[in-house]
Design a protein around this ligand. Structure first.
Ligand code: NAD
Ligand code: ZN
Length: 349
């Protein structure tokens, strides 16, 4: 897999012009969803080198990360004369970069693509690292390939139109990067004011955050080892997310934040993570993410969901825990009793 260039762009026009010129192409296509077509496309449509680019639009949010949307993209590319030498620009959140990346990687056995993430979650996480795909058969990200964008361009002014919930959702992944990163990044994240956002400050933190993901993915692109660090908060988080799906769906980052509470608790108990840092993180999460209400009657379902997580090997629930900030312990296990204790802690929190 070719290396992926992640560029922080203050001047979007220049950066995109360079990225486009580095990908030799005959035709250019832009993939948007219905929201980013309205809110984000106008920021690039007027650039001189974008003239003649065709726009393809799919429905917004993860519920459209489907075979139908993918088929629509392939059909439109074909209909408008895309060739093996065409270029696709994915302009949107993680849904668009995941689906667009997969569409590009499979159309005529693969064409070049550029990601321009427009949500916080996509900037610090989804658009970087080469995982592309769609949901299928009721399962998330069931079909896909590892494939890198030629360039990923991060332009934080896109975030100015993003709603508070999606900001919080992406910020949970930034918290995760802080926890597996450095003391300094962690401290900065917990003192940032999410209620009155300083976008200039946020853009610096985004740049730091994405570096954590880039570094880890570079060491282990296909998740044989250290890339599992990025699963912190996700073993229990995914179980919360699936349970919520049966009740009141929640944005991914909220489930991750709740998963972090439980997995930091397990880290304190099992791998010596400092209790004060766990409590500080829990306070921050309480304030901004609230809690999904669960009772002990939900524990069997949550445990069952964790047992079926695709990250497990040989039926054992696999955790990434921490011995401290940046002290990553992959391939940890916990007994059902310990997991229930972590869920008790979550409920009492
Ligand atoms: N590939 C990976 O490594 C990876 C990692 C994490 C998540 N993901 C995937 O990413 C997806 C979630 O990404 P997401 O949270 O960005 O969701 P999303 O792409 O569904 O975007 C959320 C909402 O924000 C809107 N939006 C996008 N940009 C906007 C802007 N600038 N202003 C206002 N509204 C805007 C979208 O139209 C959508 O309605 C999921 O499909 C998930 O599976 C992939
Ligand atoms: Zn995540």
């Amino acid at each position: 897999m070719e290396k992926q260039k992640v560029i922080i762009a203050e001047l979007l026009e220049q950066t995109l012009a360079t990225a486009v010129s580095e990908c030799e192409h005959d035709r250019m296509f832009v993939l948007t969803d219905t929201t980013t077509r309205q809110l984000c496309l106008p920021r690039i449509a007027a650039f001189p080198f974008m003239q003649g680019a065709e726009v393809i639009t799919i429905g917004a949010t993860d519920q459209h990360k489907t075979l139908d949307s993918l088929s629509h993209v392939w059909t439109e590319l074909g209909r408008m004369g895309a060739t093996r030498h065409s270029l696709l620009i994915n302009l949107g959140g993680g849904m668009v970069t995941d689906l667009g990346g997969f569409a590009a990687s499979t159309f005529k056995r693969g064409i070049n693509y550029i990601n321009i993430p427009t949500t916080l979650l996509a900037m610090v996480d989804a658009s970087v690292g080469g995982k592309t795909g769609i949901n299928f058969g009721g399962l998330k990200n069931e079909i896909g390939v590892f494939s890198n964008a030629s360039s990923v361009i991060l332009h934080t002014p896109f975030l100015e139109t993003l709603d508070g919930e999606n900001i919080c959702s992406g910020y949970a992944e930034m918290l995760k990067h802080g926890l597996i990163g450095t003391e300094q990044a962690f401290a900065e994240l917990l003192t940032f004011d999410l209620d009155v956002i300083d976008y200039f400050h946020l853009s610096r933190m985004v740049a730091e955050s994405v570096k954590v993901k880039e570094r880890i993915v570079m060491e282990d692109p296909t998740e044989k080892g250290i890339r599992k660090a990025l699963n912190l908060g996700h073993t229990i988080g995914h179980a919360f997310e699936s349970l919520a799906l049966q009740r009141q769906p929640v944005l991914h980052g909220y489930a991750v934040a709740w998963g972090l509470i439980c997995e930091l608790y397990l880290s304190c108990v099992k791998t010596g993570f400092p209790t004060d840092k766990m409590r500080q993180t829990v306070r921050f999460i309480n304030k901004h993410y609230g809690r999904m209400a669960i009772t002990c009657n939900d524990y069997p379902v949550l445990l069952e969901l964790m047992t079926h997580d695709k990250k497990n090997v040989a039926g054992r629930i696999n955790f990434t825990l921490l011995g401290g900030i940046g002290d990553i312990r992959i391939n940890q296990t916990a007994t059902n009793d310990e997991i229930c204790e972590a869920l008790d802690f979550y409920r009492e929190g």
